[in-house]
Design a protein around this ligand. Structure first.
Ligand code: PAP
Length: 310
């Protein structure tokens, strides 16, 4: 779990700095699978597969995170548009409150209770559900999600050393594992299903978004997000500015995203890795029609049964 702002936070990135031994032991008792070549093994917790570093954070949050009813959670599986949703949500929620160019708060500077998490619904800390927080969930076509994940993880494995790319799972290997549900926070379809079912039970608290819809009509969804957050745009207020500020090109071209780096689990990741193409249908450049069909059939089987439409 990552924390963007207030509440009673556990350390940034959700991973306890001391990585308590009890979590290491708890994880070591869980069913394990090999995972993608070049990466650590995956562990099965509450029917989802996790890399141990993510899981330590999840277990720590389970035991210590105290949500407040005013918190808003931005939830997603990996590579479905999280960074974009975070940027849009932050921009919507802070409009009129952000420091002006001279560095002074223009409107009091309120606290923004925004949080982001890749955790499946059933793995969220109990207090998030009990406190009836609002949740926004973003999902994306599984084929584009897989391709985005494969490129990102390949970069992650390579780190500074491009020769390490050779040791990473081929796209075919990764694809087969993804289709078996063996991916970070997978199975992807179960991730979607958990939030979708919850959104039917609690529609006023859970907003269910689609990356493709957001891309097609960002202004409309910016309006809906603002209403959902409880800070609707007034009649004369511009939404265009928010859309532009968070567009793929604007975020990609920020200096921090062009040249910035950060360290994750001992590997250096360039921030630019989070802004690859930002389009719909890139899977066609990397997967065969047959592979595309295979994922579609799996999604249909797993999701259409419960009445879900893509
Ligand atoms: P994460 O799981 O590491 O948080 P996440 O932000 O969820 O990644 O997803 C990254 C995808 O969102 C990338 O997709 P791609 O690999 O197919 O290109 C990234 O390019 C895309 N993305 C990031 N910002 C935007 C944006 N403003 N508009 C559209 N897509 C975006």
């Amino acid at each position: 779990m990552e924390f963007s702002a207030t509440s009673k936070p556990i350390p940034a990135s959700g991973i306890s700095p001391e990585s308590p031994q009890k979590y290491v032991e708890e994880i070591s008792q869980l069913p394990k699978e090999k995972g993608w070549r070049g990466l650590q093994g995956l562990f099965l917790y509450k029917n989802f597969w996790f890399y141990p570093a993510f899981l330590k954070g999840a277990l720590h949050a389970r035991d210590h995170f105290q949500a407040q009813p005013t918190d808003i959670f931005l939830c997603s599986s990996m590579k479905t548009g999280t960074a974009w949703l975070k940027a849009l949500s932050f921009t919507i929620a802070t409009r009129g409150h952000r420091p002006s160019d001279d560095g002074l708060p223009s409107n009091g500077g309120s606290e923004i209770p925004l949080f982001a998490s890749h955790l499946p619904y059933t793995c969220l800390p109990k207090s998030v559900i009990d406190s009836d927080c609002k949740i926004v969930y973003i999902r994306r076509d599984p084929k584009d999600t897989f391709v985005s994940m494969w490129f990102f993880l390949r970069k992650f494995v390579a780190g500074k050393n491009s020769t390490d790319v050779e040791s990473f799972a081929s796209i075919d290997e990764g694809f087969e594992l993804f289709c078996k549900g063996l991916s970070s926070h997978g199975p992807y379809w179960e991730h979607i299903l958990g939030y979708w079912e919850a959104s039917i039970r609690r529609p006023e608290k859970i907003l269910f978004l689609k990356y493709e819809d957001l891309l097609e009509d960002t202004q409309l969804w910016v309006k809906k997000l603002a209403e959902f957050f409880g800070c609707p745009f007034s009649a004369g207020e511009e939404r265009e500015g928010v859309v532009k500020e968070c567009s793929f090109e604007s975020l990609r071209d920020l200096e921090v995203n062009k040249s910035g780096k950060h360290e994750k689990r001992g590997r250096v990741i360039e921030n630019s890795a989070y802004f690859r193409k930002g389009v719909v249908g890139d899977w066609r450049n990397h997967l065969s029609d047959e592979m595309g069909k295979k994922i579609d059939v799996i999604m249909e089987e797993k999701l259409m049964g419960p009445g879900f439409t893509f």
